[in-house]
Design a protein around this ligand. Structure first.
Ligand code: HEM
Length: 499
């Protein structure tokens, strides 16, 4: 053997003599049990797959840098924003939502925009989408909704019937469905779309004052979408279109950028604003809450191994850093607990030690042991608190101001009660803002998707959803009815018993 070559070894470092032929009794005889290297190879291979994400399974990721360009210290004391020019390392994972790990990148779907900032005061995960709103406003509905986007239990196929049944029964979804059915539902890869924190979050400044905020990442590459037909065609040509596009851009030095901007609402404004500021199915119109510049995010490094970095990445909306806080948005509240639970299931109890997830700064606590503990487990230092030996303390300066929740009555409140049930004005406004071409494409996509509804409840589901399009905008309702060849007079008579 040439001396400058590395020796092939087992996982425990023992050099192999032979890697292509198993040890046998004679050239034509059976394999010996003692060829444990064969067993090791087969056994490790059998364990290569980990559970795919229950949603957002197909994705692409890259490392980058966030640079502060504007002073927002009057809103937040978060250290990552504390001077102009400050840079923070980031990792961003994009994804589609409903498809499996091997599904096509150009499916009509929202896109995930999950961003990790490795800040000196811990990792901040902003786990958003390319849309500012969502389909439902209570986390109890999330799993039901997702089931309608996945495979039918009987046919094992995607089912437009399930999707439109759910959407038509949950008119709060209309705003997000309108965006989904527009060309923004089929972005041209991941570089040409915006990202949104979507929820309302809070910022806390040095005086311990709270403001409500929304986060927006505006693509500097310009918005570019596939038409529905182009997206369908690309599914066959290159199902990994978005992965190739991102990878090649970064490899060739064409680093994609997004401008981070925020919208800010005072606690006083929130009390009287016409829309519930914590309702994830609503936007804060820019005319009322203009965008404020913050900084620039640039993606500039492809991970050298997809599984190690992208598949094992784990983002949690609960992970905010000092100066940034939650809000009473019910969906955000549900997500605070759901994600770390998903990570423990998918990656194990010590998933925070995986390099892509690990905080590169201080981590001190009394969590110990568990499967795959690979960081030394804090050696001989105490594993309980309080103790008389170390000097680890909980620092009260990080406490945020108390929340005034206005009531102490606990109960199951209807999310869509009077005053919270205008599902139509904002999607209608969105439709009316569209150009004629965009309206045409939207109607084509809606009618194409709704044509897939089948079975005994077909007419009921179509008519129920048509009512929602009409309520958003008469012109939109008429166009969809025409596209579906529905006789609206007959449909209204048929629906009289239901609405
Ligand atoms: C109550 C509502 C929701 C629940 C319970 C929920 C739950 C989950 C779960 C369990 C995962 C898989 C996590 C993993 O295995 O690593 C996930 C992924 C994800 N969710 Fe949600 N989700 C909700 C709503 C939302 C909303 C509103 C957004 C965006 C505004 C969103 C964006 C994402 C993204 C981007 C990912 C992929 C993260 C990654 O790239 O690893 N989700 N969600």
């Amino acid at each position: 053997m040439e001396t400058n070559k590395k020796k092939l070894t087992t996982a425990s470092g023992i050099p192999y003599a032979e890697n292509e032929n198993s040890m046998t009794v004679g050239p034509r005889g059976p394999i010996l049990l003692q060829d444990f290297i064969l067993h090791e190879k087969m056994a490790h291979f059998n364990r290569e797959r980990i559970p795919e994400r229950v949603v957002h399974a197909k994705g692409s990721g890259a490392y980058g840098t966030f640079t502060v360009t504007h002073d927002i210290s009057k809103y937040t004391r978060a250290k990552l924003f504390n001077y102009i020019g400050k840079q923070t390392k980031t990792f961003l994972r994009f994804s589609t939502v409903g498809g499996e790990k091997g599904s096509a990148d150009t499916e009509r779907d929202p896109r995930g925009f999950a961003l990790k900032f490795y800040t000196e005061e811990g990792n901040w995960d902003l786990v958003g989408n390319n849309t500012p709103v969502f389909f439902v406003k209570d986390p109890k509905k999330f799993s039901d909704f997702i089931h309608t986007q996945k495979r039918d239990p009987y046919t094992n196929c995607k089912s437009p019937t399930m999707m439109w049944d759910f959407w038509s029964l949950n008119p709060e979804s209309l705003h997000q469905v309108t965006i989904l059915m527009s060309s923004r539902g089929t972005p041209y890869g991941y570089r040409h779309m915006d990202g949104f924190g979507s929820h309302t979050f809070s910022m806390i400044n040095a005086k311990n004052e709270r403001h409500w905020v929304k986060f927006h990442f505006k693509t500097q590459q310009g918005i570019k979408n596939f038409t529905g037909d182009e997206a369908s065609a690309m599914r066959g040509v290159d199902p990994d279109f978005a992965q190739h596009d991102l990878l090649h851009a970064i490899d060739s030095g064409d680093f994609p950028k997004w401008a981070l901007k925020i919208q800010v609402m005072t606690e006083e404004q929130a009390k009287t604003y016409q829309w519930n500021p914590f309702d994830l199915t609503k936007v804060w119109p820019h005319a009322d809450f203009p965008l404020i510049d913050v900084g620039v995010l640039e993606l500039n490094q492809n991970p050298d191994n997809y599984f190690a970095h992208v598949e094992q990445s784990a983002f949690a909306p609960a992970h905010v850093v000092d100066g940034i806080g939650y809000s009473p948005d019910k969906m955000l509240q549900g997500r605070l607990l759901s994600y770390p639970d998903a990570h423990r299931h998918r990656l194990g109890a010590n998933y925070e030690q995986i390099p892509v997830n690990r905080c590169p700064f201080a981590v001190n606590n009394y969590e110990r042991d568990g499967q795959m503990r690979v960081d030394g487990n804090y050696g001989s230092s105490p594993n309980y608190f309080p103790n008389s030996f170390d000097d680890i303390v909980a620092d009260e300066h990080y406490k945020e101001p108390s929340w005034d929740l206005g009531t102490s009555l606990a109960g199951w409140y209807d999310r869509n009660a009077e005053g919270e049930n205008d599902h139509y004005t904002q999607p209608g406004n969105l439709y009316r803002l569209m150009s004629d071409d965009e309206k045409h494409e939207l109607v084509k996509n809606i009618t194409g998707a709704m044509s897939g509804i089948e079975g005994p409840k077909r007419e009921l589901i179509i008519n129920r959803q048509l009512c929602h399009w009409f309520r958003a905008d008469i012109g939109l309702g008429m166009a969809v009815a025409k596209g579906l060849q529905v006789n609206t007079d007959e449909a209204m008579k048929a629906m009289a018993g239901y609405v």
